[in-house]
Design a protein around this ligand. Structure first.
Ligand code: GLY
Length: 350
């Protein structure tokens, strides 16, 4: 299990961690945005971090490619990285996924630390050891499981989040709350995303990371329990893919929120989830995430996207549903009509 902590003084704390790890060479991976906006928080304060070799790749998921990966490998190689070197990944999920994969494969594996800069990566991508790149038109097609040495969350990045990225990351936190307990779920529904209470958010981020880490520790390679983290994602990924195909991409967390709404509806219908809690969660999602623009002419395409999910087996779509909050039901199978019903339910409230 990696060390995971929140700090207000990133350079100091990370600098101390680096001293403890005493790598022979130090590298920092950033994208063009985190280079401009976040790198100075790491290098201020006169620690070893100021001397790190900085590797920059293009921003956004379109750069999560073999070419960017090769650029990282080449920069490590040409600047003397050895098995005793350390790579710090400073960025959102794209940087932590690609950087983790670069580190996991360079010289058969060097150590890396994730410093997530978006809420989505703080509570999800940076935690749990999934690394990889997109390949052959498919998201995260090539990668491996490899845990970082540490995940260090700079509180200042949390305080400067814009509304959309706050909501996007929050959808994964809501998912964790649904997997965890009634108390955590109720706390998440009470939270005012328009006027965030940052002290409360901090403690909720800590809880969320705790939930994810507990699940990952129990099943690091996704043979069983880790599939729980797929809640909201079977339908959510299909929305994301459809939006991309239409040239109107949506943030991952928005697609997950709409996916959660559909999958809670399915849980209420098929696995005994409380209808009242489903309706309360649906109201929260509709209020904070609005509606996904789609019609019944899109249903077949959405279903086809769900059939391509890499978590499926033997031609069946594997859904993660809930029997109640914290009562996880893995590998649930539904008919196409059931799935279409849940899409109707999402559209009805729009
Ligand atoms: N994002 C889901 C997982 O890490 O398993």
């Amino acid at each position: 299990m990696p060390i995971s902590f929140l700090t207000k003084r990133l350079a100091d704390h990370l600098g101390r961690l680096v001293d403890l790890m005493s790598p022979d060479r130090l590298f920092v991976l950033v994208d063009e945005n985190t280079h401009r906006l976040c790198l100075s928080r790491l290098t201020e304060g006169g620690t070893r971090l100021a001397e790190a070799h900085v590797i920059t790749i293009g921003a956004t998921d379109s750069h999560k490619t073999l070419e960017s990966l090769a650029h990282v490998w080449k920069s490590l190689s040409e600047n003397g990285a050895t098995r005793h070197s350390l790579l710090i990944n400073l960025g959102g999920g794209m940087v932590t996924d690609l950087g983790g994969f670069a580190a996991a494969t360079f010289k058969r594996g060097i150590r890396f630390v994730n410093v997530p800069t978006t809420l989505l990566s703080m509570v999800d991508a940076a935690v749990g050891g999934k690394t990889g790149i997109n390949f052959n038109g498919l998201k995260n097609e090539v990668g491996c499981f490899r845990e970082s040495e540490a995940v260090v969350v700079d509180i200042n990045f949390l305080l400067t989040l814009d509304q959309q990225n706050l909501r996007s990351g929050y959808a994964e936190m809501l998912k964790h709350a649904l997997l965890e307990s009634d108390r955590m779920w109720a706390e998440h529904l009470r939270f005012d995303l328009d006027n965030p209470d940052y002290a409360a958010l901090l403690s909720m981020v800590e809880q969320s990371v705790g939930t994810k880490q507990r699940i990952v520790d129990a099943d690091p390679h996704e043979k069983g329990l880790r599939k729980a983290l797929n809640l909201g994602h079977t339908v959510g990924h299909a929305f994301e893919s459809l939006a991309l195909e239409k040239g109107q991409p949506v943030l991952h967390g928005y697609a997950v929120a709409w996916g959660l709404l559909c999958e809670l509806y399915l849980s209420a219908k098929h696995t005994g989830f409380s209808t009242q809690q489903m309706q309360q969660t649906a109201a929260f999602i509709r209020r904070n995430y609005g509606a996904f623009a789609f019609g019944c002419q899109d249903y077949e395409t959405l279903y086809a996207f769900m059939q391509h999910d890499k978590k499926n087996q033997g031609g069946e779509i594997n859904f993660t549903l809930l029997g109640g909050i914290g009562d996880i039901r893995l590998d649930c199978h539904l008919t196409k009509e059931d799935v279409f019903d849940s899409l109707d339910f999402l559209r009805e409230g729009a």
